[in-house]
Design a protein around this ligand. Sequence first.
Ligand code: NAD
Length: 289
Amino acid sequence: MKIAFIGLGNMGGGMAANLVKAGHTVHAFDLSAEATERATGNGCAVFPTVREAVQGVDAVVSMLPNGKIVESVYTADVIGQAPAGALLLDCSTIDVDTARKVASAAEAAGYAMVDAPVSGGIAAANGGTLTFMVGGTEDAFKRAEPILAAMGKAVIHAGASGAGQAAKICNNMILGATMIATCEAFALAEKLGLDLQTFFDISSKASGQSWSMTSYCPVPGVGPQSPADNGYQGGFAAALMLKDLKLALEAAQSVGANVPMGTRAEELYEAFAAAGNGGVDFSGIIKTL
Ligand code: NAD
């Protein structure tokens, strides 16, 4: 297949490379010269504009920073420029309303479009082990599945347009809140004189267990290897967690949902990022608790 890939940053760079490895011809575009150089090295054909990159392709995949950029790239340079009938897949994490708005504009112009945000960070993007949560029609999902499978280990149909983004932000709202709860509990356990490895051995097999504890323990030297063992570097940046929590709160407000734990998690990550820790792994918030 001929696939245009827009947004070759930390995540998109590895994803585009995996499409090349799967045998696709990838037409790549990014505003950053560094990103396009890496893409060339990974076997992508780099184009000077989005409009040129989408000419003659079967599908367009994007991995961009936010909803505003996604909307402007699709409305200005993809819709009406990519061949009629091309499948459009936005893998960025953006707000549900923008995802639905862009998909409706694409559908009105005769394209099928899915929102397909991911779970898994840079290592999963490079390794082709992302999990995709897909929003769109059954037909669009069936067409998207083999393309996404080349970049991930799981591709799940979440529901209609916007459902992939809804699943992503609900999942990450749980993650933000459970990480803080886990950090708090370890900090308290230490003050109460418990050995932290012993506490892990107990709680990881008891009802306090969660992914934040057993796969991503925020205490150095406890549990499997995690960013805590690397000075809280190189995992999922606190700024990205904050972004996802803000999207969750915005979505909650739009439907009148009560999310007190998500709200508190957002406040704590906001303060953590404002103190200069935006680039620190999100489990580093333990240092403030
Ligand atoms: P990034 O900043 O590394 O990459 C974004 C890329 O988009 C950059 O290379 C930038 O130059 C490019 N870009 C910006 N505007 C553009 C435009 N108008 N046209 C073309 N390219 C443009 O970000 P990232 O970490 O790769 O994240 C991308 C998306 O993935 C975000 O929506 C993020 O929330 C989501 N995400 C990230 C992670 C993670 O661990 N990094 C995990 C899950 C989801």
